[in-house]
Design a protein. Structure first.
Lengths: 452, 387
């Protein structure tokens, strides 16, 4: 294999948190309730197809995207839609499905898929519920099937805190992964870039039909924005598609069987978990059985779909998100600390700042909690974002441009090249407790509405 | 601790949401968060947060200021006693200094914080910690004998005009502490310059010669202090700026904790050294031929570049910009000293001037990034056309 690029940023930081999942697949009774959360699909307005009480099979479309009605979102299991939970302004928050004993799946004809033309293939993926696996940059939204991207990126290196090991997640799916790559190659003529670890590539180094790049370095080295900027930076009007590694295997499984594959291998991790391990389950599964099996050692915990920097909050009766391979559980930190603002006090709290000895004293890892460790303040300190932000973008200037909704400036400063998760570490380290990701998300929403 | 927490919670009840004194919540919160880091948890975005907050950052700056302040207090007494030729001990000098300076600190904090609290309540945001540093800096850069009411008025002017008028902490263009000094300097020049203001009680003692070194030089006089004395700081001057040694200790604290920008400090020293060296080569008058090394240790240059120029809000914010900003502060400081004998100390005006230009520096640095991106876009569309 030939490596086209080695990505090794210097700016960044690894957060050494206790509770990384052991590489062991634990068995547990499978969940009986499932749910889809439309919020997982940023930028998509859902239009329901099924009503409450309807019987569905695995692969039955439940809702579609208002913007592009061809993009369907399907049920991961067969059963009954028990509830459609709505929030303010009747916004759909959750579609709950209770699984039936016998599982039936919607079957699509995939015979001779190598031969059918591109448009038919796209239609097949959209109809079968596989299209949401494909994202686009800019904005990090579900890809528009009418676009021609200049590349597809698949990344197998994660650097976020407590990150799952995708080599372990996909260890038994070599055939499906290759099939998925073949399918993507059918979708576009443009190259597919596969990001791998520098040393331990696993079977990824034998995958055909891709161009390789390697990734090493501190978080956010594993973020796709950095890879794209390094390999083929996004210019105005250009599109790049991205697919999560496990979803490449899911696509491969679909194209070989004809049924939608909602497989998810999740790492249940975090310092509130007794035995952090991996589980195999399906998209949208209830989290309770896994949390029970892994065991929680705290009374008040926060359950996060994703990693501690960028994930979405769930609860004990919550459900697995559509895209994440990681479920983090950490204790809630609603406690007071007397004189906690004194420099070099409370060195047990993870800090990237030199006003604490924490990194000196806790080499084995940190117990983290959700305390804000201060209050939101005006932006005063400068230079701290740049230190941990490897993209060639001025992070504070971009955040400020988003705050004042200056579209021209946002464009010029590189809004097309980022997604909110790139600012996770910035948000963590920020002295003023700025909600950087939310600001960027709103900025991106503005861009979608105004520019498209 | 639990008892204290409970009584605080009880005390805060009338300030809660929908209660009688809700409007004044920022004021009581300021005291509460001083005792306890609150129990707030993350709501949106990153679920864990760094232990550092603005309070910790500002307190680090105060710790860095303490060596210079303590030496300043001692030096105030020392200058007084050696001029009156009375026998004295270390403690005598310290007590004399404290008797002069502690009231100034109290006035500065009371006036400044009252205004800050008032604005926090009026605007409905929490009290920002920035003033903890400003309030200590203001007395530290004043001459010792300035009347307390002038300290009060300068402070009020600085907080109102330099800070709150622009939107409060984080929005100001000029460094508030320096604005206070500049206000006093131009409003009450007789109390801020000359040869009678730098030594405590100098006005009451006839024989005193309390000229600063730069003042002496500007008047064409001879300097009777050794470089060691200038470095250690046993010379007349504003309260806490005389000792380059203890300012350097503060600089070390700021740089090691990452709170102060080492780029600005290094850039400033480089700029001043280069400018001093150039003037040394020229050597047309006393100030020009004053050795560039001495330029670095006399006057307020060291204090200014370490504690004032590094104020992150009023300084340049980009990495490259910080170098340029620091370097220019150094250059202008020495230039003002040499070319303008009416202002023998140039660092105040140099920093204020560069404060005004810092956004311009940043603008050009950031524009570099923008231009690069636009060039890439243009190249891409060109490629598309030819393809």
């Amino acid at each position: 294999m030939e490596v086209i690029k080695r990505i090794r940023p210097h700016r960044g930081a690894n957060l050494n948190i206790k509770g990384k999942a052991e590489k062991r697949l634990e068995n547990t009774t499978s969940a009986t309730t499932f749910a889809l959360n439309p919020d997982d699909f940023f930028g998509t307005i859902p239009k329901l197809i099924c009503k409450e009480g309807a019987q569905v099979e695995a692969g039955t479309p439940i809702f579609f995207s208002k913007k592009n009605p061809d993009i369907k979102f399907v049920s991961p299991v067969s059963g009954t839609i028990t509830a459609i939970e709505r929030g303010p302004k009747r916004k759909i928050e959750r579609i709950c499905i209770s699984a039936s004993k016998t599982q039936k799946s919607v079957s699509h004809s995939v015979q001779g898929w190598e031969k059918i033309d591109r448009e038919q293939l796209k239609a097949l993926l959209m109809e079968s519920g596989n299209w949401p696996f494909i994202h686009q940059r800019p904005y990090g939204i579900i890809a528009n099937p009418n676009d021609t991207p200049k590349a597809i990126f698949v990344n197998t290196v994660k650097t976020n805190p407590l990150s799952e090991d995708l080599r372990f997640v996909l260890k038994d799916d070599q055939k499906e992964f290759q099939l998925g790559i073949d399918l993507l190659n059918k979708l576009v003529d443009q190259p597919i870039f596969l990001g791998t670890d520098k040393v331990q590539m696993g079977y990824f180094q034998t995958v055909e039909g891709v161009q390789y790049y390697t990734v090493e370095g501190p978080h956010p080295a594993g973020n796709l924005s950095l890879h794209i900027q390094n390999i083929t930076p996004l210019n105005m009007g250009e599109r790049v598609w991205t697919v999560n590694a496990e979803d490449v295997a899911n696509l491969g499984r679909f194209i070989s069987t004809g049924t939608f594959s909602p497989q998810r291998t999740i790492a249940v991790s975090g310092n509130a978990v007794d035995n952090p391990v991996y589980f195999k389950t399906l998209i949208g599964s209830a989290l309770a059985p896994f949390l029970e099996k892994a065991g929680l050692n705290q009374e008040y915990v926060r359950i996060i779909n994703g990693d501690v920097l960028t994930g979405a909050q769930a609860d004990l009766s919550g459900y697995l998100g559509f895209y994440n391979n990681l479920v983090s559980v950490i204790p809630e930190g609603n406690n007071y600390r007397m004189f906690g603002w004194l420099p070099f006090k409370d060195n047990n709290i993870l800090s990237l700042s030199n006003t604490s000895f924490s990194r000196l004293f806790n080499r084995k890892g940190f117990d983290v909690d959700t305390n804000l460790n201060g209050e939101e303040r005006a932006l005063v300190v400068t230079g701290e974002m740049e230190k941990i932000f490897p993209l060639e973008i001025y992070p504070m200037q971009l955040i400020k441009a988003c705050m004042i909704e200056d579209i021209e400036k946002m464009e010029a400063l590189g809004i097309y090249e980022v997604v909110p998760e790139d600012f996770g570490l910035v948000e963590y380290a920020n002295t003023s407790k700025l909600e950087a990701q939310e600001i960027i998300r709103q900025g991106i929403e503005l861009m979608i509405n105004e520019v498209g | 601790m639990n008892f204290l927490r409970k009584s605080l919670d009880n005390l805060k009840k009338p300030f809660g949401k929908g209660q009688k004194f809700e409007k004044f919540a920022p004021a009581i919160n300021a005291f509460d968060t001083f005792l306890f880091v609150p129990n707030h948890t993350t709501k949106k975005g990153a679920h864990i947060r760094d232990a550092v907050d603005l309070k910790r950052t500002m307190v680090t700056v105060i710790i860095a200021l303490l060596p210079a302040l303590i030496y300043g207090i001692y030096n105030t007494g020392y200058q007084y006693y050696i001029q009156t030729a009375a026998p004295f001990t270390f403690l005598d000098a310290f007590i004399h200094g404290a008797w002069k300076i502690v009231p100034m600190i109290i006035v500065s904090y009371v006036v400044g914080l009252s205004i800050e609290f008032g604005f926090a309540v009026y605007r409905g945001h929490e009290v920002n910690e920035g003033y903890l540093v400003t309030g200590l800096l203001i007395p530290m850069i004043m001459p010792v004998d300035i009347p307390l009411w002038m300290v009060g008025i300068s402070t009020a002017f600085a907080v109102l005009v330099a800070k709150e008028a622009f939107g409060g902490t984080g929005m100001n263009i000029l460094n508030p502490a320096l604005t206070a000094r500049a206000f006093a300097f131009f409003a009450y020049p007789t109390y801020m310059s000359g040869n009678k203001v730098w030594v405590s009680e100098a006005g009451n003692v006839d024989a005193i010669s309390g000229e600063t070194i730069l003042g002496t030089l500007a008047a064409g006089g001879e300097v009777n202090y050794s470089m060691m004395e200038m470095f250690q700081g046993s010379i007349p001057g504003s309260i806490a700026e005389t000792s380059t040694l203890f300012v350097a200790v503060g600089a070390l604290i700021l740089i090691l904790t990452g709170v102060g920008s080492w780029r600005i400090i290094t850039g400033g020293i480089l700029g001043a050294a280069v400018m001093g060296l150039l003037f040394n080569l020229w050597g047309a008058n006393e100030l020009m031929s004053f050795s560039w090394m001495n330029h670095l240790v006399v006057g307020g240059f060291a204090f200014g570049i370490v504690f004032m120029a590094t104020d992150p809000v009023s300084a340049a914010q980009t990495t490259k910009g910080k170098w340029i900003y620091g370097f220019l502060v150094g250059i202008f400081c020495i230039m003002i000293r040499v070319f303008n004998p009416a202002y023998p100390e140039g660092v105040m005006l140099a920093i204020l001037l560069m404060n005004v230009f810092a956004p311009t520096i940043d603008h050009y640095v950031v524009n570099g990034n923008i231009k690069k991106r636009k060039k890439r876009w243009a190249a891409a569309t060109q490629e598309l056309k030819t393809a």
